[in-house]
Design a protein. Structure first.
Length: 219
């Protein structure tokens, strides 16, 4: 070969070697640092140091769970006797006798509520009788067939609409002095009561009040 051609070939080979070296250098693998959050998560999964205290990103530890009170629970109680609005009351669960009295408009004037435990917690379906006298025990306070059982309460005898006084009628649930007088006025005008159903015709006695009174009275 001629010297000029040989020199050109040498330059071409050197250039090819430089390009190959540059390509190899740019394609080499470089170490990459793992982010802190990934490192912490890996430590938690592996059970390594910090696993017990690490928390998921964006979450903070909350207080220890304790007893939970169910919200929105309701109970139904029947408030009867000498209250302004006797009848069924719907109250929040955990309510007390005082709450039932307040829901029924409070006790009427002159009603004796000293025997009520107003701090007692109510249960669903119970009845709260306000200002009504306790039923006298049968047989003068001695239970039949027993000489030692004293003061056991028995069923209350229905009140006679034909002979009851204003004071006796006033002890019935939802009946005050005014309504008691209306019951007696009806008895006077119609010559007595032939059936308990006639109470429906007395001014001031609706269906709900009649349902409360029906088992407590007789003609």
């Amino acid at each position: 070969m001629e010297p000029r051609a040989l020199a050109a070939l040498a330059v071409l080979l050197v250039g090819a070697a430089v390009l190959a070296a540059a390509h190899f250098w740019s394609a080499r693998a470089e170490p990459v640092r793992v982010p802190d959050r990934v490192t912490e998560a890996a430590a938690v999964q592996a059970g390594g140091p910090g696993a017990a205290t690490a928390e998921p990103p964006g979450l903070t530890p909350g207080p220890t769970a304790g007893p939970q009170v169910t919200s929105g629970g309701r109970i139904v109680v029947d408030v009867s006797g000498k209250v302004r609005k006797p009848g069924i009351q719907h109250l929040p669960a955990g309510s007390r006798v005082e709450d039932a009295l307040r829901a029924a408009g409070g006790a009427r004037e002159g009603a004796d509520i000293s025997t009520l435990n107003r701090a007692r917690v109510l249960t669903d379906g119970e009845q709260v009788a306000v200002g009504t006298p306790a039923a006298p025990p049968p047989g003068g306070g001695v239970a039949a067939g027993s000489g030692s059982a004293v003061g056991q309460a028995g069923p209350v005898a229905p009140l006679s609409l034909g002979t009851a006084t204003v004071e006796q009628l006033d002890t019935l649930p939802g009946v005050g002095p005014v309504l008691a007088q209306h019951i007696i006025d009806y008895r006077t005008e119609h010559g007595g009561y032939r059936s308990v159903d006639e109470l429906r015709e007395v001014n001031g006695i609706g269906d709900r009040r009649f349902a409360d009174l029906r088992p407590l009275v007789r003609p």
